[in-house]
Design a protein around this ligand. Sequence first.
Ligand SMILES: Cc1cc2nc3c(=O)[nH]c(=O)nc-3n(C[C@H](O)[C@H](O)[C@H](O)COP(=O)(O)O)c2cc1C
Length: 187
Amino acid sequence: MVKVAIIFHSASGTTKKLAEAVASGIRSVSEVDVVFAEIVGTDIVDGRFKNLALIEQLKNVDAMVFGSPTFMGCVSAQFKAFADATGDLWAEKAWSNKIASGFTIGSNLSGDQLNTIQYMQIFANQHGMLWASLDIPGNCDAEGRNRLGAQSGLIAHSTDGELNTTDLVTANYLGQRVAKVAKKFAA
Ligand SMILES: Cc1cc2nc3c(=O)[nH]c(=O)nc-3n(C[C@H](O)[C@H](O)[C@H](O)COP(=O)(O)O)c2cc1C
C-alpha cells in the first residue's frame, strides 16, 4: 500500500479544511493510504518540535504534502519548528526520492503566499525529495480550479475563515495528483 502523509499546521482552521480536502483526494485513489498529521502547539517544547514519533513515521511514507498558513510571508513558526526538527535526517538522506507537494492560504489575494510554497519546495529539495507541481493552468480550467493561478503548489485565499469551494476542489485534486504520482513512482 502506498502511503501519502499530509503534515500541516493551522492556527484558526482554514489550512486544516484544505488538509481535509487534500486527504479526501488522496483517499479517492485506490491502494493509497493517508497519514493525517497536524502540527499542534504542544508538539513544540522550548521552541523545538518534539513529536519525534511523527518524524519516525514519515520515514515509511512514499509522499508528503506540506500545509501551512502564510504568516508574515512564509510558513508559520510551528511548521518551521517541524522542518528544523528533521535536520538529523538530512545527512542520512532518509526522505530522498519521496514525492512532495504543498499548499497554503492567506487573507490577501497577493499576500506573499508564493514564498510559503517556495520555502516548502526548498525544504523538500534539501531532503532530496521530488516536488510535484499543481498541473492545472490557471484561467484555463473548465471547473475554474487553481483560481489564483499558482502552479508550484496550491495557494488559497480567505478573508473570513470560510473556504472558497473552488479552493477545496483544487485541494482535493492536489491530493489525487500526489497519490497518483506516488503510486506510479512506487511501481
Ligand atoms: C500573524 C499572522 C500573519 C499573517 N500573514 C499573512 C501574510 O503574510 N499574507 C497573507 O496573505 N495572509 C496573512 N495572514 C492571514 C492568514 O494567512 C489567514 O488568516 C489564514 O487563513 C490563516 O490560516 P489558519 O486558519 O489555518 O490558521 C496572517 C495572519 C496572521 C495571524
